[in-house]
Design a binder for this molecule. Structure first.
Ligand code: GDP
Length: 493
């Protein structure tokens, strides 16, 4: 049965890739996946990427733009009719006209940007102007973290989920769920009310782990936090149970059999279609990571983020014998991990932010014995909401940032109204990235989580400068051009 399912998937995927190839006959295309956990910055990144390419933004490290070879970039109808379109126009209007951050990603969406350029090589130029379709696929990182479930049985999923829930850093958050779990007899009769209660408690626990104070990342199943249109369906109403790894198969009619069936339904109705219809067709990938958010929450959040990045890498390069690998006809050949929101720090700290992300990813790469695709790591801000400044403190000049805090943001007991600009010293990231895993001792000798010397405020999007002719300039950024160069530079050579 499983084999048949794989064959059907394979046939459908091959067909999708042939269709992709057919539209490629005239114009080549790159399918770029943009992912990251909730609020990592996917929507802002795609909006800024498109805006800068369409409006000729300042992109000195992006070779085609810097060399004056970019003729024009414009939006065109996307190739997949059944995928929602990325709502670029609304997001730009929010950012540029209203100076508010756009509505975040909640589901998969797509946008096609067509780029016309002059080739750098004499020979290619003779063949006429070049054209490339950049198909941007935006999808929640939570869905990506679901892919490893495809190879896990319900017993394996349960064992892992419960060992995480009982670990020291989560046991307290998970207590209400674990109490509900204690009341359940897996071999007792199935009941919908119990299923809903247990699953509800499990979801509440996952949501609490994600809150700012904990900022944990490893929270599968992903749709429990981002349900989309399957909210309330049986496939999303299950929870892990205490069952032995080698237990005999569940008797039908039992609570355990019900949970197991729903877990399998989740895999076949949620995870597999995502894998087949979206993930398996990507050529390149950018993974956005809100490192500062995890740094703010402390060592547990960082260790969890590191584990999540390891899982992500495993999905990009499944083992040779896994069925994922067997139907992957297209292979992602470049992956960029980008620490977002670098504009929350002064320039002097950007390299340190990058070093921290590098440490987090490298451990994952070693763990997953990852090789094959080209991987790059950088710190960036897709939209730069601050400028550089320096502030005097105790006779010392400190590298600071200048920006307009969002209404309601607080600093030293003061609340901001979203109108006034301030200069602040956000603190320095550690020079030794390894130190991020050590709990910080506060002055009261109590161990606190999160480095109290770092303070991050959320700022409003920037006011766009206008030229003498009244044209508004493109959205400012930090190293967005480096990201674009790595992701598509070679395709515009
Ligand atoms: P998504 O859930 O991954 O789509 O996340 P968004 O792109 O909606 O970003 C979430 C929030 O992070 C935004 O509302 C902004 O407050 C903030 N953000 C994202 N990117 C940037 C950036 O480049 N600079 C700054 N200052 N804030 C950003």
């Amino acid at each position: 049965m499983k084999r048949l399912q794989n064959l059907a998937d394979e046939a459908r995927l091959t067909l999708a890739n042939i269709t992709d190839a057919a539209t490629d006959l005239t114009v080549p295309s790159v399918r770029l996946g943009v992912t990251g956990l909730a609020r990592a910055g996917k929507t802002v990144f795609i909006t800024a990427l498109v805006h800068n390419l369409v409006h000729g933004g300042r992109l000195p490290v992006f070779g085609a733009a810097a060399g004056g070879r970019l003729t024009r970039a414009f939006l065109q109808p996307q190739p997949d009719d059944a995928v929602p379109r990325f709502d670029y126009e609304t997001h730009v209007a929010a950012l540029v006209d209203e100076r508010i951050w756009p509505q975040s990603t909640r589901q998969v969406s797509e946008l096609r940007l067509t780029i016309e350029y002059e080739s750098a090589s004499y020979l290619s130029r003779k063949l006429g102007p070049g054209k490339l379709h950049l198909d941007v696929i935006d999808y929640p990182g939570e869905w990506l973290l679901d892919l490893p479930l495809l190879k896990k049985s319900y017993a394996e999923f349960s064992a892992e989920a419960l060992s995480r829930a009982r670990a020291a850093n989560r046991a307290q958050i998970a207590a209400p769920f674990l109490q509900e779990l204690d009341k359940i007899d897996p071999d007792g009769p199935e009941t919908e009310t119990e299923a809903q209660r247990l699953s509800g408690a499990f979801k509440t626990y996952l949501a609490a782990c994600r809150e700012d104070t904990h900022a944990l990342s490893m929270l599968p199943p992903g749709r429990f936090l981002m349900p989309g249109d399957l909210d309330g369906s049986p496939a999303l109403t299950f929870a892990p149970l205490d069952i032995a790894f080698d237990a005999a198969p569940a008797r039908s009619g039992t609570f355990r059999a019900m949970m197991e069936r729903r877990y399998e339904a989740y895999k076949s109705h949620v995870v597999r279609p995502f894998f087949r219809d979206h993930f398996a067709r990507l050529d390149r990938q950018i993974v956005l990571v809100d490192v500062l958010h995890a740094l703010n929450a402390g060592p547990d959040a960082l260790a969890d983020l590191q584990a999540a990045l390891g899982e992500v890498l495993t999905s990009f390069r499944p083992g040779k014998r896994s069925w994922l690998a067997s139907i992957l006809t297209r292979r992602i050949d470049r992956i960029l991990f980008a620490a977002t929101k670098a504009d929350h720090l002064n320039r002097t700290d950007h390299d340190r932010l990058q070093a921290i992300l590098k440490l987090l990813v490298q451990r994952g790469m070693e763990h997953a014995r990852f090789k094959g695709a080209e991987v790059d790591i950088l710190a960036m801000a897709a939209v730069r909401a601050t400028r550089e400044a320096s502030v005097k403190h105790a006779g010392e000049e400190l590298p600071a940032i200048l920006g307009t805090p969002l209404p309601g943001e607080m600093l030293d007991g003061k609340s901001f109204d979203g109108m006034s600009e301030i200069a602040m010293f956000p603190g320095d990231l550690p020079t030794n990235p390894e130190s991020i895993f050590r709990p910080v001792e506060s002055s009261s000798e109590k161990v606190t989580y999160g480095d109290p010397s770092l303070q991050f405020l959320r700022f409003r999007p920037p006011k766009l400068q206008r030229t003498a002719e009244g044209m508004s300039l493109s959205l400012p950024h930090i190293r967005l051009d480096r990201a674009i160069e790595f992701l598509i530079g070679d395709r515009l050579a």
